[in-house]
Ligand binder design. Structure first.
Ligand code: FES
Ligand code: FES
Length: 154
C-alpha cells in the first residue's frame, strides 16, 4: 500500500491504495464517482474516460499513483447546479440510447472542444473515433458537439 493524493473535481483526496490500482477503481469505489464506467478494462472502448490536465485519458489503464494534476470526471462538469453546455447539447440532441458509453463521449468531446473551439467535421471524427458506442449514437454525438461549440463560443 502507498499513500496517493488525487485532485478530483476541485477537491483533494488522500488515500492508502495499492500503487497499481487503476484510477477507474479508485474513482468509482473509493470516491463514489460513478460517471466513469467500466467497459472493456483494456483501454479500447473509452467508457472510463476522465480528463487529466485537459487531455481525455482512459482511467481503466491509468494507475492512480501515476496521476499528476487535476482530474475532471463527468460529475465535475456542471457548476452551481447548471449543466455544462456540452451536457445541455447532449440533452437537446437526445444523444444517449442505453447511455453506457456516454461518459466517454461527453468527456472526450470536452477535451476536443477545449482544443478546437470550432472543430471541423474531420476534427470531430478524428477526435471521437476511438470512443465506441454499440447503440450507434455517433451522428447525434457529432450534432451535439456542433451545438455545444456554438453555445460555448456565442
Ligand atoms: S473501460 Fe477503459 S477504455 Fe474501455
Ligand atoms: S448509448 Fe449505448 S453504448 Fe452508446
Amino acid at each position: 500500500m502507498s499513500t496517493v493524493t488525487l485532485k478530483v473535481n476541485g477537491g483533494t483526496h488522500t488515500l492508502d491504495i495499492d500503487p497499481g490500482t487503476p484510477l477507474l477503481y479508485v474513482l468509482r469505489n473509493d470516491l463514489d464517482l460513478r460517471g466513469p464506467r467500466f467497459g472493456c478494462g483494456l483501454g479500447q472502448c473509452g467508457a472510463c474516460t476522465v480528463i487529466i490536465n485537459g487531455a481525455a485519458i482512459r482511467s481503466c489503464i491509468t494507475p492512480a499513483s501515476a496521476v499528476q494534476g487535476e482530474i475532471t470526471t463527468l460529475e465535475g462538469l456542471a457548476k452551481d447546479r447548471k449543466l455544462h453546455p456540452i451536457q445541455q447539447a447532449w440533452i437537446d440532441e437526445q444523444v444517449p440510447q442505453c447511455g453506457f458509453c456516454q461518459n466517454g463521449q461527453i468527456l472526450t468531446a470536452k477535451a476536443l472542444l477545449d482544443r478546437y473551439p470550432h472543430p471541423t467535421d474531420a476534427q470531430i471524427r478524428d477526435g471521437m473515433a476511438r470512443v465506441l458506442c454499440r447503440c450507434m449514437t455517433y451522428y447525434r454525438v457529432q450534432a451535439a458537439i456542433k451545438r455545444a461549440a456554438n453555445a460555448m463560443t456565442a
